[in-house]
Design a protein around this ligand. Structure first.
Ligand SMILES: Cc1cc2nc3c(=O)[nH]c(=O)nc-3n(C[C@H](O)[C@H](O)[C@H](O)COP(=O)(O)O)c2cc1C
Length: 325
């Protein structure tokens, strides 16, 4: 139930607007009819396009849109061919009522795919693909916020975690020493060992961290290999950012945790003394809304949550960051 609550909370105003347009155009199309009625068909296409828009709203990866575009473009000829095929088969089997009925049903299904899926899906994919490609790194950096409440039931595969480590692997490293090592966790058992060692959102005094159902699905623990060097912070920061940007691109979110009960974590996971525990990245499907905003006139940098449970992160303005020296 918690995930449904969190899901609804994450639905943005623009998605509600799309939902309203989808509903109004869909109902109007049904009322005026779509059979040989161009305005009715157009309204239905708009309605379905809006439904696709709601579905893809959180996508930040242009690749996903291009895949959808490919699927949409392919579905048209495939749908037309199969529609005609099942129509012909239905005609041949007209004596057998049940079989003819089933074939007729499949025929209509492929008609719907060819006519009603292909167009709206292609349109949505094209618009989404262009927008996300246009936004580029900036779009992903804006999405890459610190999320602390997740949809815990969303699983993150070991393969995906390894793909994120690949991004860290190819990142910059001081003197190219590459002294970072990683522990990956995406099982209930291992996650339970890590979670109690982490401290969440120091500024939110009334909130003691994510509850069951909104805990992270996976963790990446960053270690510094003391046999290679003894200063890791720059490398760790760069590696974390690469990992988090990769996660954001895949529709996931995370939070860097520096406030760790390190000895407890070392004992729980039997981490050898030769590795310094640096940071933990908590990962999951975000279950909260996080927005960035300009610093208020009082200059307070503390993040906060409003009555709708939206997490606000004040950021200093560019004018304050760039020194005119
Ligand atoms: C090195 C580092 C350590 C952090 N440690 C914690 C932590 O222990 N607990 C936590 O809840 N957030 C932690 N954060 C997340 C910051 O609180 C967060 O980045 C900041 O509030 C800005 O929010 P944003 O990431 O959405 O821009 C850490 C961030 C960094 C860079």
């Amino acid at each position: 139930m918690l995930w449904i609550k969190n899901y609804v909370k994450r639905i943005q105003l623009s998605q509600w607007i799309l939902f309203a347009v989808c509903l109004i155009t869909g109902v109007t199309a049904a009322v005026i009819g779509i059979s040989d009625n161009i305005p009715g068909i157009l309204l239905l296409v708009v309605s379905i396009s809006c439904a696709f828009g709601i579905w893809v709203w959180g996508w930040h990866n242009p690749r996903k849109f291009w895949i959808l575009l490919g699927a949409a473009l392919l579905s048209f000829p495939v749908g037309v061919v199969l529609h005609n095929l099942f129509y012909a088969l239905g005609t041949l089997a007209s004596e057998y009522k049940i079989l003819a009925g089933a074939l007729g049903f499949i025929e209509v299904l492929f008609f719907i795919i060819a006519v009603l899926f292909a167009g709206p899906a292609a349109l949505t994919a094209l618009i989404g693909g262009i927008i996300t490609s246009w936004k580029g790194v900036r779009g992903i950096a804006e999405t890459n916020r610190s999320y602390r409440r997740f949809i815990q039931s969303h699983e993150i595969s070991s393969q995906l975690l390894e793909r994120l480590i690949y991004l860290a692997r190819i990142s910059a490293s001081s003197a190219n020493l590459q002294p970072l090592k990683y522990i990956l966790s995406n099982t209930e058992e291992k996650n339970q060992k890590i979670f109690p060692t982490l401290s969440w959102a120091g500024y939110l005094k009334e909130w003691s961290g994510p509850v069951e159902g909104e805990k992270p699905s996976a963790y990446i623990i960053l270690l510094g290999d003391l046999s290679l060097c003894n200063s890791f912070q720059y490398d760790a920061g760069i590696a974390c950012q690469s990992i988090l940007l990769g996660a954001a691109e895949r529709g996931l979110g995370g939070c860097l945790i520096g406030s760790i009960k390190k000895e407890k974590l070392r004992e729980s996971l039997l981490i050898p003394e030769g590795y310094e525990i640096l940071l933990v990245i908590a990962l999951g499907k975000p279950g909260e809304k996080v927005v960035i905003e300009n610093l208020a006139p009082d200059g307070d940098i503390k993040y906060w949550r409003d009555e709708k449970d939206i997490h606000h992160v004040p950021k200093r303005g560019l004018g304050e960051l760039i020194l005119d020296l």
